[in-house]
Design a protein around this ligand. Sequence first.
Ligand code: ZN
Length: 232
Amino acid sequence: MGSVEIIPNVYQLTIRGVNITVIAEEELTLIDTGFRGSSPRVINFIHSLGRSVREISLILITHHHPDHIGSLVEFRKFAPQAEVAIHEADLSLDSQLLLPKVIRTVLHFPLFSALEPLLNPKLDEVTLKLKGGEVLRPLGTLKVIHTPGHTPGSISLFSPQRKLLIVGDTINSRYRNLRLPPKSVSSSLSQAINSIAALAQLDFEILCCGHGKPLTQDAKAKVQKLIKEHHP
Ligand SMILES: [Zn+2]
């Protein structure tokens, strides 16, 4: 597992290629939960800070894909009082539609259909349905921005004070190059382009994507370049 302190008290952990953000303030906030089975390593990390998993008061899910929501049930077991927030558009849809097409196809075979709950955990755990526009407590002000495209209910999280933008899979980062989210696992690329264009207007210096390292150099310029490539 890799871990990096993005800014003081904000850590990005990478487990099986998926980023999980831990914000360690008076209370702990988790952004995304990783694949199923990721909780022990996150909990070890929380212990290394001298903190306890029971201090998690908020779990924010950037979107309903199994690599981001997979360990939610595990965390709720250890921190049952934690608020769990996801955008309502990722709740109300037929959850199968949010899975990549290739996986949906495989799940039609009886042999594999038993895997469905593993890949696509139920969202009974959600206590806070987001619409976008909410201002949350972490980092003084953490704004929820609805950025549909990768999934209908994808959200990005923006801290204006810390100039930090966390986008989940709304933007794909590979070797510090930014791209649109992959078409095969996204609900609408044209929506994604509009969402990214809105993000490009924000005043941020650090960009964190759902996969890949945080971008601390020229992050805003790179998002603007991505939009220029795809937005007429
Ligand atoms: Zn995704």
